[in-house]
Design a protein around this ligand. Structure first.
Ligand SMILES: [Zn+2]
Length: 433
C-alpha cells in the first residue's frame, strides 16, 4: 500500500515537467459578432478561464505551460482586445491576461491538430452591448416588393484561422478571394436590378453551413463561393466552376478538392455538432431539382463568361460534394478563380487587374443567367426588353432561343436575320417573350 502511494507521488512529480506545454503562437480575429483569440500549444493542456471587471479582463491560466517566443497583438484585427500580457503567478502556471475594451461573454474550447496547426486553445469573446449587428441583417429584401433587385450572396472562402490554400510565394487564398469578392460585390451593385451581399467582409472564419444559412436569411437568389485552387502539380492552371454533385464527386480530382475545401471547418473552428445532418440529408433527398437545375445554368453562364475572359481549367462545369453548396433552396456555385499553386497564377491572383477581370467575368455570367431566367417580380423580369446576348463559340440560334424562352422566328425578326448563321461575338437582342 505504502509502495503504491510512493509510486503515485513519483509519477506525479515526473509527469509535471513532461506535460509542460509551450505556447508557440497567438492570433486574433474580429468578425461582426465576436472576437476570436487563438493560442497555439505544442500539446493538449488543462486551462482555467475567468473574467475580471474594472478594468475588463479575461484571465487564462494554463497548467505547466510556458511562452518561449513573445506573443504580440495584431491591433488591426484585435476587436474587443486592447492588449495582452502574460506571466507566471506560480511555478506551474502560465497566466495570459487579455485587456478588453468592454465586458464580454466567453466561450472557449481546445482544437485538435490539423495539417496547418498544432493543438489550439480558442477563446471567443462576445460583446454584451451587441453594437455589432451582422451587416447582412440590413440587407434582407422584401420579396413582395414589386420590381425588387435580385440578391446575390458572395462568399469569400476560408478566413481567419483558416488560410485556405497557400501559394509557393506564401500568398494566402483567404486574402485574395476576399479582395475578389469585394470587387465582385462592387461590380454587381453597379448593375441595375442586382444587389450583392458578402457572407464575410473581413479576415475571420465562418463555418460552412453558416455561410449558406446567411445567404438564405438574406433571401438570396444566388450563392457564389469564391476560391483559389491548389494542386500538387504546379503547372496546372485555369479557372473552374463547380456545382454540388448529385452523389459524391464526379471525379477523383473533384473529390480531393471537395475534401480540402470541406476540411476548412476542422481548421477554422469547431465542426458544428452534426445533429442536423439528418435534416440536411432529408432536405437534399427531397431533391431540390429546381435549385440544382438553376445552379447548373448559372454555372454554365459563369464558365462561358470566363472563357471569353481567359484560360479555363476544364471546358465544362465540374461537380463535387462541397458542403458550402448544400443550400436546399438557393442556387449555388463555387468558382475556383485560378490555381494559387501555379507560380504565375499566384502572382496574378494578387493583381488588381486580374481580380477586376475575374469580378467582371463572374458578373457577366450572373447577369446572363438572370436575364435568361429572371425570378418573377424582379426589376430584371420587368426590364429585360432589349437585353443583348453576345454569341459565344458553340452557340446556335435555336439554343439561344430556347435559353431565353423566345420563339426562333421572333429572335430572327428582331435581329433581322434571314437564316440561322450567327457569328461569334455578334450581339443579339433578346425580345421579351
Ligand atoms: Zn478554397
Amino acid at each position: 500500500m505504502r509502495q503504491r502511494i510512493l509510486i503515485a507521488v513519483l509519477f506525479l512529480l515526473c509527469s509535471l515537467p513532461l506535460s509542460a506545454a509551450e505556447v508557440s503562437g497567438f492570433r486574433v480575429w474580429a468578425d461582426p459578432v465576436k472576437t476570436r483569440a487563438v493560442l497555439d500549444l505544442d500539446k493538449k493542456t488543462a486551462y482555467k478561464l475567468f473574467t475580471l471587471q474594472n478594468p475588463h479582463r479575461v484571465v487564462v491560466d494554463l497548467e505547466g505551460s510556458s511562452i518561449e517566443t513573445p506573443i504580440e497583438l495584431d491591433e488591426e484585427h484585435a476587436g474587443l482586445i486592447t492588449s495582452v500580457r502574460y506571466g507566471q503567478p506560480d511555478k506551474h502556471t502560465l497566466r495570459v491576461v487579455f485587456d478588453l475594451s468592454e465586458s464580454a461573454e466567453l466561450k472557449s474550447f481546445l482544437l485538435e491538430p490539423t495539417a496547418q496547426y498544432s493543438h489550439r486553445l480558442v477563446i471567443d469573446l462576445y460583446s454584451k452591448s451587441n453594437r455589432h449587428v451582422s451587416s447582412l441583417v440590413k440587407h434582407v429584401t422584401d420579396i413582395s416588393k414589386p420590381n425588387r433587385d435580385v440578391v446575390i450572396a458572395i462568399d469569400a472562402g476560408h478566413g481567419g484561422e483558416d488560410p485556405g490554400a497557400i501559394g509557393p510565394k506564401k500568398t494566402h487564398e483567404k486574402v485574395v478571394v476576399l479582395q475578389i469578392a469585394r470587387k465582385l460585390k462592387k461590380a454587381i451593385d453597379a448593375e441595375p436590378g442586382m444587389q450583392a451581399v458578402l457572407t464575410r467582409d473581413g479576415d475571420y472564419y465562418i463555418p460552412l453551413r453558416e455561410r449558406y444559412e446567411k445567404a438564405r436569411k438574406a433571401r438570396a437568389d444566388l450563392f457564389v463561393s469564391i476560391h483559389a485552387d491548389a494542386f500538387t502539380k504546379r503547372s496546372v492552371r485555369g479557372s473552374s466552376v463547380f456545382v454540388l454533385s448529385a452523389r459524391g464527386a464526379s471525379s477523383e480530382f473533384a473529390r480531393l478538392l471537395a475534401d480540402s475545401e470541406n476540411a476548412s471547418d476542422l481548421v477554422g473552428g469547431v465542426t458544428l455538432s452534426d445533429k442536423d445532418d439528418m435534416l440536411a440529408s432529408v432536405l437534399l433527398d427531397l431533391s431540390q431539382s429546381a435549385t440544382r437545375e438553376a445552379s447548373n445554368k448559372v454555372a454554365a453562364d459563369i464558365l462561358a463568361a470566363m472563357k471569353r475572359n481567359g484560360k479555363v481549367h476544364k471546358n465544362y462545369v465540374g461537380s463535387a460534394n462541397f458542403m458550402v453548396l448544400k443550400s436546399p433552396d438557393v442556387p449555388s456555385v463555387l468558382v475556383e478563380t485560378a490555381f494559387i499553386s501555379n507560380p504565375s497564377e499566384e502572382v496574378r491572383l494578387t493583381q488588381r487587374e486580374f481580380q477586376q477581370n475575374m469580378a467582371k467575368a463572374i458578373t457577366h455570367g450572373v447577369r446572363d443567367y438572370f436575364y435568361a431566367s429572371p425570378p418573377p417580380g424582379t426589376w430584371i423580369a420587368a426590364n429585360r426588353e432589349g437585353f443583348k446576348h453576345i454569341v459565344a463559340r458553340g452557340d446556335t440560334l435555336g439554343g439561344i432561343a430556347q435559353r431565353y424562352s423566345v420563339s426562333l422566328s421572333r429572335l430572327r425578326s428582331v435581329n433581322k436575320l434571314n437564316g440561322d448563321v450567327i457569328h461569334v461575338g455578334r450581339e443579339l437582342v433578346i425580345p421579351t417573350s
